[in-house]
Design a binder for this molecule. Structure first.
Ligand code: HEC
Ligand code: HEC
Length: 347
């Protein structure tokens, strides 16, 4: 062995040691990168599965539809921000257990909604739905369609909405407040309770937000929200509508027109707008709630009658509102549009 060979061998050994050292040093980063890549792919698969299995009820991008939103605006999120992620606590779960909570609900479904006055799920579809589960069980172990790994993918997808939340608690609260698609009266149990109805205007104002009318309709004339008719002058508009020869509905006055618009939006479709965007699900609202909404929207022009008043006469229209299936699908369009409007106003 010549000296030069020994030197080369030595250099090779030192080189190999150096390379191993470098690999060792980056191993942690590499593992983290791989884990991120794995989670990203899982989230992507979860998003696809969600579109196919869940969006029908929970809305596209989980923004909520006839079932609660599950995105960053929902009570499932904001764990870093006490006061926003109320939902897990409400259900008796640790706030840190979001992943497990989702896997649990998706695997087992929910026999009855915990908020049936707002999110009836399957029980909302027809008169003989009492035997149906509000949310079906999705685990194959429960005769559902999804494997355990697919349910974990969906849970990763829903957990990932947390990334949308601002880190700063104050900013996060302002963000949650700016999103009109607020979840339910539980959102801030201290502030957002349903009024008892003794003041119909107050109840109407509450319902207008709580039933998510406000995600589509503006009540201020100057609002930039234009995806659906502006309701700032709906009382005078209503009079014009029923007097219009092109009017196709059955209402004979302002209050009846507004009631009809809520309960059976297809009876007359406002020119320039599409039938089916406004959900037909309001057909089952109690008379007193419709009365309160009219009182609120009329801005003082209407004297509330309460249940049993003139509003009941128009309730017969409800029967035609049964076409929920198509309306529900089309409503997606309106809600998606709203989402982009919303994001421009969010900080
Ligand atoms: C037939 C309609 C329907 C379908 C389809 C559906 N859900 Fe639900 N989901 C509901 C209802 C109803 C609730 C109960 C709401 C309540 O209790 O307030 C619910 C509740 C949930 C909750 C708990 C929310 C909370 O705040 O407690 C999660 C998470 C959830 N669903 C995820 C999913 C996922 C993921 C899918 C698809 C695999 C899905 N759901 C499919 C109707 C549905
Ligand atoms: C997903 C979007 C959406 C939601 C949610 C929604 N609407 Fe509508 N609404 C529409 C659209 C689109 C129209 C116009 C098409 C039509 O006449 O059906 C409309 C029409 C109306 C009209 C008639 C307006 C006019 O100029 O004649 C009234 C009144 C009304 N909605 C009230 C409500 C109330 C009250 C709620 C909540 C209980 C509500 N809407 C929820 C989309 C929506």
């Amino acid at each position: 062995m010549t000296r030069i060979e020994i030197t080369l061998g030595l250099l090779a050994t030192i080189g190999a040691i150096l390379v191993m050292g470098l690999i060792g040093a980056t191993e942690e980063g590499r593992m983290a990168g791989a884990a991120r890549g794995f989670t990203t792919r899982s989230v992507e698969r979860g998003a696809k599965l969600f579109d196919g299995q869940c969006a029908l009820c929970h809305g596209p991008n989980a923004v909520g539809l006839k079932c609660p939103p599950l995105d960053q605006t929902s009570g499932l999120h904001g764990g870093k921000n006490p006061g926003v992620a109320w939902r897990l606590e409400e259900m008796g779960w640790e706030r840190t257990m979001l992943f497990e909570y989702i896997v649990n609900v998706v695997s087992n479904g929910r026999n009855a909604s915990t908020r049936p006055w707002q999110w009836k799920g399957n029980r909302d579809v027809g008169p003989s739905t009492e035997s149906l589960m509000a949310m079906p069980a999705f685990a194959q172990a429960n005769n559902g369609p999804l494997r355990p790994d697919q349910i974990r993918d969906i849970a990763n997808y829903l957990v990932a909405f947390e990334d949308f939340l601002p880190e700063d608690p104050d900013e996060a609260k302002a963000f949650a407040a700016a999103v009109p698609n607020k979840v339910s009266s539980f959102d801030d149990p201290g502030l957002n309770q349903r009024p008892d109805g003794s003041d119909p205007v107050a109840l109407g104002a509450f319902l207008f937000t709580d039933l998510a009318c406000a995600t589509c309709h503006a009540v201020e004339a100057a609002s930039p929200l234009v995806v659906c008719p502006n309701l700032s002058t709906i009382w005078t508009t209503a009079a014009d509508r029923v007097a219009d020869p092109a009017y196709t509905g059955a209402a004979d006055g302002e209050a009846a027109y507004i009631a009809e618009s809520i309960r059976n939006p297809g009876a007359f479709v406002v020119s320039g707008f599409v039938n089916g965007v406004m959900p037909a699900t309001f057909g089952t609202l109690p008379d007193a709630d419709v009365d309160a909404l009219i009182a609120y929207l009329s801005k003082g022009a209407y004297t509330p009658l309460g249940a049993g008043g003139a509003i009941t006469a128009t309730a017969g229209i409800t029967a035609t509102a049964g076409t929920t299936a198509t309306a529900g699908t089309t409503a997606t369009v309106g809600l998606t549009a709203t989402r982009s409007t919303t994001s421009t106003t969010a900080p």
